[in-house]
Design a protein around this ligand. Structure first.
Ligand code: NAD
Length: 490
């Protein structure tokens, strides 16, 4: 072990920090150094079944679902514990994710700790009970009361790209809404979950079973326990569209609620009146975190009337982009998560070349790194909007530049995708840019640099980018059921 960073290797099951029943562990690997930095419990199906039984019991027998004050107090203890251990967590996240440390001061860690209070305050924002006017039905006048209730036991399944943030984005609103939760993180990033489990055990009065954290190197077998079990009421999943569909199919038999945050292939439409030096100069920002972000605008749509100028500026920006060691605050791009992802990304780059797109910068493995799962920042131009690299989510540091004729053509190309997660429109005339944003079939759009992200901003996908919304009141309500009670009039 060449790295001094360590993390929590035990899971949280039924209020206790535990090893897998079999005693098995698997390696946690730093993607920047390829070194084993520690181990973590490797749960089997029996461990997951124990977690499910514990969460069910906690939902039915503890006060968690009904006691709003208990939930606020306990979640504030969790918040305090996480805030106190920030500087222990930060190097763990950098080491296991390969995330640039600079990102941990924002969305990768700090902003989600700081935003927790917003979800906790939702407990006071929601109308847990409200009355409807008296209504006559079949000759009888009735009062009606609407109750909002937690859904029950939630299985939360998360990916590796922003693991700590995505873990909190699920467990905080789900717990605040009164559910109990089983968190199953991605195998590559277990510490971002087990650390939360340890803080729950050591800093909070959260009753046993209200949160279970189960790590496994074999996600399909263990994850499928969640999607198939009758004791799980909802799956909250963030990950790839292909696994999201599988989970939905597996959950169909028990008609499980499914909340899905999936992949994206978002378009950035550059209008002909845009500030080209500024827009193209920042074009390489799509390589941030190795392009491992679901909402990154990985297709750039450029007006043909200014295409050559745009391509020259983009090329200069990509050539000037520096990347490497994620512990260096100057780098915004580190490695990809593992060798499999690197090979997948390189395979898609080769496919792009075969299908006729032109590589202007990058396109392979960078020779300067002896270790680490790095891919060169890669600029593709003359990309056919129907080709593989314009349609498939690459999840690597790759920008596909596509020329368009006029505004209608730009909207048509942007919407020519099975995904609908995010997008951007950049020009000088705000009304024109906003008008185009309204025509995009996506869950979020950034207009002229405006940022849509926030704890109160609903985030999610149209089309095959998902079902439901995370964050905001809409996100909180995903974790609630609605019951209507008919009552006789007084
Ligand atoms: P993935 O779909 O391979 O895995 C996601 C999670 O599902 C992991 O925890 C994995 O262990 C688990 N899993 C895999 N097979 C399973 C099964 N059969 N049953 C239950 N669980 C199973 O995704 P990934 O490669 O970890 O992450 C990258 C993907 O996540 C990209 O497609 C990206 O766009 C997407 N993503 C989406 C958002 C969003 O909010 N829309 C955010 C981040 C990442």
């Amino acid at each position: 072990m060449g790295d001094s960073v360590t993390g929590e290797h035990r899971m949280l099951i039924d209020g206790e920090l535990v090893e897998a029943a079999s005693g098995a562990r698997y390696d946690n690997v730093n993607p920047a150094t390829e070194e084993v930095i520690g181990h973590v419990a490797d749960a089997g199906v029996a461990d997951m079944e124990r977690a499910v039984a514990s969460s069910r019991r906690a939902f039915e027998e503890s006060e968690w679902a009904s006691d709003h004050e208990l939930r606020k107090r306990c979640l504030r203890q969790l918040h305090e514990g996480l805030a106190k251990e920030r500087e222990t967590l930060r190097p763990q996240i950098v080491a296991e994710v390969g995330s640039p440390i600079t990102l941990t001061y924002a969305v990768q860690m700090d902003s989600c700790i700081d935003d927790m209070e917003w979800d906790i305050e939702c407990i006071d924002r929601i109308d847990w009970e409200y009355d409807l006017p008296v209504h006559e039905f079949f000759g009888m006048r009735s009062a009606r009361r609407v109750l909002r209730e937690p859904i029950g036991v939630v299985g939360a399944i998360t990916p590796w790209n922003f693991p700590f943030m995505l873990n909190l984005s699920k467990i905080v609103p789900a717990l605040a809404a009164g559910n109990t939760v089983i968190l199953k993180p991605a195998p590559d990033t277990p510490w971002s979950a087990t650390h939360i489990g340890r803080i729950v055990a050591e800093y909070t009065d959260i009753p046993p079973g209200v949160l279970n954290v189960v790590t496994s190197g074999d996600p399909a077998a263990v994850g499928e326990v969640l999607s198939a079990s009758r004791d799980i009421d909802m799956i909250s999943f963030t990950g790839s569209t292909v696994v999201g569909k599988r989970i939905m199919a597996q959950g169909a038999d028990t008609l499980k609620r499914v909340f899905l945050e999936l992949g994206g292939k978002s378009a950035n439409i550059i209008l002909d009146d845009a500030d080209f030096p500024a827009q193209m100069g920042s074009g390489a920002m799509v390589c941030m975190h190795g392009g491992q972000g679901c909402a990154i605008t990985t297709r750039m749509l450029v007006p043909r009337s200014r295409y050559d100028e745009a391509v020259d500026l983009l090329k200069a920006g990509f050539e000037a982009w520096t990347y490497g060691d994620p512990t260096d605050p100057a780098n915004l791009q580190g490695p990809l998560i593992n060798a499999r992802q690197r090979e997948r990304v390189l395979g898609l780059i080769e496919q792009g070349k075969r299908e006729g797109s032109r590589v202007l910068v990058g396109g392979g493995r960078p020779p300067q790194f002896e270790k680490g799962f790095y891919v060169e920042p890669t600029l593709f131009v003359d990309v056919d909007p129907d080709s593989t690299i314009a349609q498939e989510e690459i999840f690597g540091p790759v920008l596909a530049v596509i020329p368009y004729e006029d505004d209608d053509d730009a909207v048509r190309i942007a919407n020519n995708s099975r995904y609908g997660l995010s997008g951007a429109v950049n020009g000088t005339d705000l009304d024109r840019a906003y008008g185009i944003a309204k025509r995009l079939r996506t869950g979020t759009v950034a207009v002229n640099g405006g940022q849509w992200f926030g704890p109160d901003s609903p985030f999610g996908g149209y089309k095959e980018s998902g079902l439901g919304r995370e964050h905001g009141i809409a996100g909180f309500e995903e974790y609630l059921e609605t019951k209507t009670v008919g009552l006789p009039t007084p």
